[in-house]
Ligand binder design. Structure first.
Ligand SMILES: Cc1cc2nc3c(=O)[nH]c(=O)nc-3n(C[C@H](O)[C@H](O)[C@H](O)COP(=O)(O)OP(=O)(O)OC[C@H]3O[C@@H](n4cnc5c(N)ncnc54)[C@H](O)[C@@H]3O)c2cc1C
Length: 384
């Protein structure tokens, strides 16, 4: 793979850089982490600016309203926005990075027309209602039930760890539609409007102090059958598409951010004299090599997803596994650089360190990724 910019890519990069230099100074300041309505407005406002400038959904296929850009252009976009300090996708994470791509790949023409443009225009926020109290790693054990009643499904049950639920308009919701079927076969993927009567959201506070996610309770909630993506009882297959996007491509932008933080750490270590410690220098050097390798893996994943008909392969599990551990190691190294100040929650990187702990759990734990790599990539026998 030739990784140097072609003349077209150089031009794309230069135009984007120029645009960022003009618009970023006009952005309102970032709201405080606990101001969820403010964060929603801020993140959607940025998405709208991207849309108006023609940069929304670069990585989405053109027939889903995206730009159909090349994988390299997509990665250039991530590099340049990060370099310029542009806002991260934030509240748009689920919609832009895995619900939208799932609908683009699996939805009907009507569903694509209804749900995709508002995501790209920064008008609607999605959340993910997959996990339940006893159905996380063993997701197919989910018990939230949906019974058919005329043109609606009537849903009862509860979800947990639903990120952004408080400010979401829509939820990609997994329900059990056939309790008699084997557990992977009786599941259906629905789009639930979060303002439907019977939906109750109860925020949960994380270790890092923010109410990032919530419990969602569903009591006789009516969801139109028309909101079903894929066939009834075929939701496990659709779910695999969602998880492939979530693990394979959703975190790629964050790798660029980690590379920036690593540079900041090296500068801070030089400033404070910590750089004289050869153990710390080796640690930062090893992380530098790790994030470079992850960036190459990212390029490969994104190219492969685009080349092989829109959906990333199980290789995303390798990326997710390595990335989530590297992120934790990065912020552990930050604590080493900070010394005693690593206990001060107001210092940069300290809250990031706390939230990095969740990365080996969210989107499927490391143990589950190991299982996938062993069974589905290496072809090793199942443990049971
Ligand atoms: C920050 C964050 C945000 C999240 N956001 C969302 C969201 O928006 N929507 C959503 O639906 N979910 C979300 N989740 C939930 C996440 O997907 C689950 O926490 C995850 O799948 C693990 O499930 P669990 O918590 O039930 O743990 P469990 O499944 O109970 O696992 C407990 C431990 O047992 C291990 N284990 C379980 N089964 C096996 C096995 N077969 N082999 C080896 N080890 C095993 C696990 O790896 C883990 O270490 C989020 C989680 C976090 C931390």
């Amino acid at each position: 793979m030739d990784l140097t910019d072609t003349p077209e890519e150089q031009e794309f990069r230069a135009r984007l850089r120029e645009w960022l230099a003009i618009v970023l100074p006009t952005l309102p300041p970032k709201p405080s982490p606990d101001d969820w309505p403010g964060r929603r407005a801020h993140d959607l406002g940025w998405q709208r600016m991207l849309y108006d400038a023609g940069y929304a959904g670069l990585h989405w296929p053109a027939d889903a309203g995206g730009r159909g850009a090349t994988p390299t252009q997509h990665l250039i976009f991530l590099e340049e926005t990060e370099r310029a300090g542009a806002p991260y996708v934030g509240a748009g994470f689920v919609g832009l990075l895995h619900a939208g791509p799932t609908i683009a790949a699996e939805g009907t023409a009507g569903q694509r027309a209804r749900w995709l443009p508002p995501i790209l225009r920064g008008e609607e926020v999605w959340c993910q209602g997959f996990s339940e109290p006893d159905a996380g790693s063993d997701l197919a054990a989910l018990r939230t039930r949906a019974r058919r009643d005329g043109d609606d499904y009537v849903v009862n049950g509860s979800k947990i760890w639903t990120s952004h639920a408080e400010v979401a308009d829509w939820c990609e919701l997994l329900v059990r539609t056939d309790p008699a079927a084997t557990k992977h076969r009786g599941i259906t993927w629905l789009a639930l409007p979060m303002d439907t009567p019977g939906v109750t959201v109860r925020p949960l506070r994380t270790l890092a102090g923010s109410a990032e996610f919530a419990e969602v309770f569903l009591d006789e909630v009516r969801v139109p059958v028309a909101n079903r993506v894929g066939d009834e009882n075929d939701g496990w297959r659709v779910t695999m598409v969602t998880l492939a996007f979530e693990r394979g491509t959703a975190f790629v932008g964050e790798v660029v951010a980690c590379r920036r933080v690593l540079g900041e750490l090296a500068r801070e270590a030089r400033r404070t004299g910590r750089w004289d410690d050869p153990v710390l220098r080796r640690r930062l050097g090893r992380l530098n090599a790790e994030f470079r390798a992850l960036w190459r893996l990212t390029q490969w994943n994104v190219s492969e997803a685009q080349a092989s008909g829109r959906v990333p392969g199980v290789g995303g599990s390798v990326f997710k596994l390595r990335y989530s551990h590297a992120r934790q190691e990065l912020y552990d190294a930050a604590a080493d650089v900070l010394g005693d100040a690593a206990l001060d929650l107001d210092r940069p990187w300290v809250l990031d360190r706390l939230s990095s702990l969740s990365y080996t759990i969210a989107a499927g734990t490391s143990q589950i990724q190991h299982n996938i790599v062993a069974e589905r990539i290496l072809g090793l026998p199942k443990g049971r």
